[in-house]
Design a protein around this ligand. Structure first.
Ligand SMILES: [Zn+2]
Length: 415
């Protein structure tokens, strides 16, 4: 068990975060480090150099996922993994992903300073393309690693210029020789900014993340009839946009009926023909619901479909609702979550349990490896934004909890 006298170096952590933020820095104080771009290569090269300076040996797998290993005392023990991602949104912030990777590096450096050899080996991970903003598939590296995405299909995905994932990996020199496949590991820990307002609002330093929430996604298409805006009386209109508007309102009402835990969003809408003097005959839109409780997501789905169909009938519109997927909540491993809870408590940090609203690499890794996450607050809950901001003390607290949870797991007594 580690004691609270083993402290990471908050200043060194912050300096390294600011150094990484220089790579792809934007004029408004954010970062643009798109996955598998030349800027991503520069970030990866820098990360690799810093790892090697810390005595770690770096492997790269076929999807460009990077693993920086520090040996343990017991060669038979499985590695304890921790990390996050270094890619960013096109106008992203300095901390989304980078915090977890650089805090992991700081944990390795602290172990070096303290002369500690852990029982289990440690591996710091930089997952490829968490954001999905270039090739359209988020959690790409961890998704292939976890066997959720097919590797060949993923390598064939192309960006808007027609560059494929495979060609881009080759272009930046990060298609590694290791298979991109889950290997046995003892645990995975990921520190990440919350990307939401809860910790800041409640003045909590640490979020003990208990899992990811359940989701159901739909592609919706409302089909009515195009007609003249000036000559079509109400009785003969089949207005697909009015139908979509009522369904959007239904999504919002279903969400709000669940209180603060509900999520329901229509974020995409395509109106055809999209002309100001035509009653729109076709609207395609997205619908998604999320909730921490998978049973509640099932109830939402059972409620949403018939109500939406009833609204469509009132509009004289055909509504097709294709359910794209329904994913159960991904609970994290209770023993790993407890190590985060214990570390926060021992360090005297204010903390609360929280369910992750966003997707994270940890949610996919958790399908194979006992996993937990640590959240830290971010200013105004803002992320995927160049103004994304955290305080040095918040980064330090999160990194200290990560360090202690990893150390406790790597040195735990095996039954
Ligand atoms: Zn992220």
């Amino acid at each position: 068990m580690s004691g609270t006298n083993q402290r990471i170096d908050g200043r060194r952590l912050w300096d390294s975060l600011m150094e990484m933020a220089q790579i792809g820095a934007t004029p408004k104080g954010g970062v643009r480090r798109l996955a598998l771009s030349d800027v991503d290569r520069a970030g990866r090269d820098r990360f690799r150099a810093l790892c090697e300076q810390a005595g770690l040996s770096v492997r790269v797998d076929a999807l460009g996922n990077m693993f920086a290993r520090r040996p343990g005392r017991d060669p038979n023990r499985l590695p304890v993994l921790f990390g996050s991602h270094l890619d960013s949104q096109p106008s992203g912030g300095k901390f989304d992903g980078a915090l977890g990777v650089i805090a992991g590096l700081e944990a390795m450096r602290t172990l070096n300073d303290l002369g500690i050899t852990t029982e289990a080996p440690l591996e710091l991970v930089n997952w490829t393309d968490e954001e999905g903003s270039r090739f359209g598939k988020s959690l790409m590296g961890s998704g292939v690693w976890a066997g959720i995405y097919d590797q060949a299909e993923t390598e064939a995905l192309a960006d808007l210029e027609g560059n494929t994932v495979g060609a881009s990996l080759d272009a930046i020199g990060y298609r590694g020789p290791e298979p991109a496949r889950a290997f046995p590991a003892d645990a995975y820990f990921e520190l990440h900014i919350e990307q939401g307002p809860i910790l800041e609002r409640e003045k909590k330093q640490i979020g003990i993340v208990t899992g990811g929430q359940a989701q159901v996604w739909y592609d919706a298409a409302a089909t009515g009839q195009d007609s003249h805006a000036g000559t079509t009386p109400p009785s003969t209109r089949r207005d697909a946009l009015v139908c979509a508007a009522r369904v959007i309102d239904l999504v919002d009402r279903i969400m709000r009926a669940r209180g603060e835990d509900g999520r329901g969003t229509v974020g995409q809408l395509v109106v055809v023909p999209n002309s100001r003097n035509v009653v729109p005959g076709e609207v395609r839109f997205s619908v998604e619901f999320r909730h921490p409780d998978p049973a509640e997501v099932d109830r939402i789905a059972a409620e949403f479909t018939p109500h939406a169909q009833a609204l469509a009938r009132e509009c004289g519109v055909e509504l097709s609702l294709a359910e794209l997927f329904r994913i159960p909540a991904q609970p994290f491993d209770p023993a790993c979550v407890d190590l985060v809870r214990q570390a926060a408590s021992r360090l005297g940090y204010s903390a609360r349990e929280i369910v992750s609203g966003a997707g994270h690499d940890a949610v996919y890794v958790a399908q194979h490896v006992p996993t937990a996450m640590i959240f830290t607050p971010c200013k105004d809950g803002l992320s995927h934004n160049e103004a994304e901001s955290i305080e040095p003390g918040e980064a330090e607290a999160g990194a200290q909890v990560l360090f202690e949870a990893v150390l406790a797991r790597a040195n735990r007594a095996l039954a």
